[in-house]
Ligand binder design. Structure first.
Ligand SMILES: [Zn+2]
Length: 51
């Protein structure tokens, strides 16, 4: 007897559902520093993880 698997998604703990995390600081063409963001490696930019 098989049970139906239901995928339950929950908020990613690493990025707190933001999907992106701050990465290295960058500097734009006017020399102004800004915060770069990279996709969260845990949820791969989805902001949610499967349990
Ligand atoms: Zn994440």
């Amino acid at each position: 007897m098989e049970t139906i698997k239901v995928k339950i998604l929950s908020k990613c703990d690493d990025c707190e559902g933001q999907a992106y995390l701050p990465s290295a600081k960058g500097t734009d063409s006017r020399g102004v520093d800004y915060q770069r963001h990279a996709p969260c490696t845990t949820c791969k930019g989805f902001g949610q993880t499967e349990k």
